[in-house]
Design a protein around this ligand. Structure first.
Ligand SMILES: NC(=O)c1ccc[n+]([C@@H]2O[C@H](COP(=O)([O-])OP(=O)(O)OC[C@H]3O[C@@H](n4cnc5c(N)ncnc54)[C@H](OP(=O)(O)O)[C@@H]3O)[C@@H](O)[C@H]2O)c1
Length: 279
């Protein structure tokens, strides 16, 4: 395969390294590609620029893994919708070979609040927040585009170097939500990259997959178990924490049925490995 990773950041770089090790040719596109590791050919380009077409290498697979610069609606629309359309237009130019698969890295944020019930690929993606609706519009742009496309809806990504939760627990700054469980859905960076690699290697992937580990877990339970791993203080309960959170349990059944299994099936193995590594 000749793979372009458009928005080659935390997950994209891990994916690129794994694909390169598997013997594929990999390009990592970002605005500042200095520092991409060996095995990933850097492409300095802005996904929103009008001359994008001139910068694109000859590839047959694309993974769109760019993230928004900020938390505004404009920033979300720019990278999750306009950037996707701009890249698809550039890839469709007549002198280029058609792309065999375009994978859009999405988010479980596209779902609304299900009151803690299970959601999967069949559940309507009806987020109330602009974050969810803009990412959903990006999914639609990819799935309705000119090339065979798939979407992977990732939960909260954590892993080496992303240590915010560990730091907050260590410092006693996490608060357990009150009023019943608020479910959290996570995936370790390596499993996110492995799941993308797996989808690239499937001959007939489904249009949409949910990419979370095997164990959606109440936030408070994550905080408490991580506190125990770290020998940190027991988190206190703060009922205000449950406001404005979308509460759902995301099912990875379809991804597992497609043959994927997790290196880090739950936050326990994932944070456990980070703590053991001194993160
Ligand atoms: N973080 C989470 O918990 C989470 C949860 C669910 C889904 N996701 C999704 O997963 C994907 C990967 O996340 P990540 O954590 O790997 O993101 P990340 O580390 O922030 O990487 C995103 C990359 O996109 C590049 N980029 C941003 N705007 C660009 C532009 N206009 N043109 C070219 N490149 C651009 C950035 O590089 P430059 O600045 O050098 O351009 C950056 O390296 C994203 O789609 C994100 O929305 C994330």
């Amino acid at each position: 395969m000749k793979v372009l990773i458009a928005g080659c950041g935390y997950v994209g770089t891990e994916l690129g390294l794994r694909l390169s090790e598997e013997g594929h040719q990999v390009w990592g596109l970002k605005r500042r590609p200095e520092g991409l590791p060996e095995g990933i050919e850097p492409v300095a380009a802005d996904l929103l620029s009008t001359d994008l077409v001139d910068r694109l290498p000859d590839v047959d697979h694309v993974v769109y893994a760019a993230a928004a610069d900020g938390g505004t609606r404009e920033a979300y629309r720019a990278i999750y919708v306009d950037g996707v359309r701009n890249l698809l237009d550039a890839l469709s130019s007549p002198e280029r070979e058609p792309i065999r698969r375009f994978i859009f890295v999405s988010s479980t944020g596209v779902y609304g609040d299900s009151g803690g019930e299970w959601v999967d690929e069949e559940t309507p993606a009806e987020a109330e927040s602009f974050r969810g609706t803009e990412v959903r519009a990006g999914e639609e742009a990819a799935l309705g585009g000119p090339f065979p496309a798939s979407v992977l809806r990732l939960g909260g990504i954590y892993g080496p170097g992303r240590t915010r939760l560990l730091q907050m627990v260590r410092e006693g700054r996490v608060r357990c939500p009150g009023d019943g469980p608020i479910w959290s859905n996570r995936i370790h960076r390596d499993d996110a990259a492995r799941a993308l690699q797996h989808l690239l290697n499937l001959s007939e992937p489904a249009p949409i997959y949910v990419g979370v580990d095997d164990e959606p877990t109440p936030l408070c339970q994550v905080y408490r178990e991580v506190a125990r791993m770290l020998g940190a203080p027991e988190p206190v309960v703060d009922p205000d924490q449950s406001r404005d959170r979308s509460n759902k349990r995301c099912s990875n059944r379809l991804l597992r049925e497609s043959g994927f299994s997790f290196t880090y099936p739950s936050f326990r193995e994932g944070y456990g490995a980070m703590v053991a590594a001194g993160d």
